[in-house]
Design a protein around this ligand. Sequence first.
Ligand code: ZN
Length: 280
Amino acid sequence: MKLANLEGRATILAEGGGIDLERASGGRFGPDVQALYDDWDEVREVAAGLGGAEVTPFDEARLGSPVPAPRQVFAIGLNYRSHAEESGMDVPSVPATFTKFPASLAGPFDDVEVAGATVDWEVELVAVIGARADRVAEADGWSHVAGLTVGQDISERTVQFAAGSQFSLGKSYRGFGPMGPWVVTPDELTDPDDLALGCSIDGVTVQDARTSDLIFSVPRLVAELSAVLPLLPGDVIFTGTPAGVGITSKPPRFLQVGETLESWIEGIGTIRNHFVAAAG
Ligand code: ZN
């Protein structure tokens, strides 16, 4: 199943378009996508029975974030060997965890403001929690995941490394967490632990890797994080980025007004964000 947020209305993808979940379920579910993660098993059950429902074509530019208001946003640094190496950092023994404040999240095709001179890209697999996870074993990790989506952990590097380190603030400017285009349930993927991912700037690929290179896999992250605190339905985990970010390019390069960043993951889809001047 693929779940999208079409202008604020929960929409199940189908051949040729989308099915409005509120209408097709006779009002069993409301239009709010975020609320569905609290009731995920039933959503899946109802969605599986929508065979004859009305399918309406839509323009993907109308899509908002498929996880618009998570209660908790976890993000993991240095979770690919290739990125730890290019950053000159040791591979961590525990997940290097920070947050992106929820108000920085954005839709898959939203414009993003260039908030400083050192705005960088980080394509990431994002896992969405579908069942409360509290002290979950790694072997049970996937059963607490509703689905996967494409994310960008956009980062203002100067702020990120200011005052010792300010990861959460430097990665939380307006629009710095685009996600989408939809959430895909793990059963739709041949191997949810091994997906190609990458991103390009104005059509030139800058990151190109596989999620099988993650140091801490999705189920391992569910285990590690839920050993510390409960993960709640509708929470997201930005799982980290592979090599190829701007700050470690030679010479370093950063996102400029007018550039378009396209980010993709095999079996999920592509998001596209245009960079615009910051409001005064
Ligand atoms: Zn990141």
